[in-house]
Design a protein around this ligand. Structure first.
Ligand code: A2P
Length: 309
């Protein structure tokens, strides 16, 4: 089977990240064998970057799959892989930050009471995050070699600026919802200006999840381009994202689709096609509503995203 080579991006930490990673978020969680099988198939086909989070409950299965991949000789060692995980809100307290990774992200810009692992969260569990002490603990993780790079997820430009004002190690990555229906142009420009790599989650719109919709895969604009190019809608979408100069974590547990998603690096969109995608009306789908409570750290969507809607 031909191995697809995925290009890499150099992060501000100096470490390289394969631009395309396999996402593993699925709710409700599936049996670990399904995750292990998908990760092994993905490694066999060429994926080297895997995205997990403690709240996804896929960290153990990913670990198991990596061990098996080494045993089978699909990779020689763990060093050939790039693993991202995320600090869940209830661990967003300086003393609870610890991992052993390539990239460790603060999952959301808020905290929850230690031990509260429920998702969606309960109102009484939410707390404002003490950004400074949590970030200092993240920096310590990098200094100790527990993770090679650190970053954030679901941060607005304003929250990034707040962090950058005191960070001694700036965030290498901001992982956010990004696809043709929520292109995040302002955030991409702001991150580029500050040496932060943007990584896209829900790059295909996360159809079938509570935080996604089928609007991307059913897009008439994307369908038309896909037909003209002899590609699938998913491939057109991922190629457009790649051309934005960002990282992408696409979730699939299906071998054919895992393979298809890797086949985006030897062709390009025309200026006209990119322009058409650029004109798609914009709206955020994953608004983080589950974190909004009258007595919580964020009462409205505007507060959570600092009006960047
Ligand atoms: P499956 O795991 O059955 O392949 P996102 O990456 O935006 O979160 O989207 C994930 C969703 O898109 C999953 O439901 C996944 O289903 C589906 N998906 C992934 N790759 C493709 C593809 N190439 N074509 C169609 N659907 C896809």
């Amino acid at each position: 089977m031909a191995l697809q080579i995925v290009p890499e991006i150099v992060l501000s930490s100096g470490h390289k990240m394969p631009v395309l990673g396999l996402g593993t978020a699925i709710f409700p969680p599936v049996a670990s064998e399904i995750v292990v099988r998908a990760v092994l198939q993905a490694i066999e086909l060429g994926f080297r970057h895997f995205d997990t989070a403690s709240v996804y409950q896929t960290e153990p299965a990913l670990g198991e799959a990596i061990e098996e991949a080494i045993r089978l000789g699909l990779v020689k060692s763990r060093d050939e892989l790039f693993i991202t995980s995320k600090l869940w809100c209830s661990d967003c307290h300086a003393q609870l930050v610890i991992e052993c990774l390539d990239l460790y992200l603060i999952h959301w810009p808020l905290s929850m009471k230690p031990g509260a692992y429920e998702y969606p969260p309960k109102a009484e569990d939410l707390l404002p995050m003490d950004y400074k002490s949590v970030w200092v603990a993240m920096e310590e993780c990098q200094r100790l070699g527990l993770t090679k790079s650190i970053g954030v997820s679901n941060f607005s430009c304003k929250k990034l600026d707040h962090l950058l004002a005191f960070a001694t190690i700036p965030p290498a990555v901001n992982q956010v919802e990004l696809n043709p229906y929520w292109q995040q142009k302002k955030l991409i420009d702001h991150c580029k200006a500050n040496g932060i790599t943007v990584a896209a989650f829900s790059p295909l719109g996360a159809a079938g999840t509570s935080w996604g919709s089928s609007r991307v895969l059913e897009s008439e604009v994307l369908k038309e381009i896909a037909e003209a190019k002899g590609k699938t809608v998913a491939q057109v979408c991922l190629r457009w994202e790649y051309e934005q100069g960002i990282g992408i974590v696409v979730k699939s547990y299906n071998k054919e689709r895992i393979k298809q998603n890797l086949e985006i690096f030897d062709w390009a969109l025309s200026d006209e096609e990119s322009k058409k995608i650029g004109e798609i009306p914009q709206s955020r789908r994953h608004s983080g509503e589950e974190f909004l409570f009258l007595n919580g750290p964020f009462k409205t969507i505007e507060e959570l995203w600092d009006g960047e809607l």
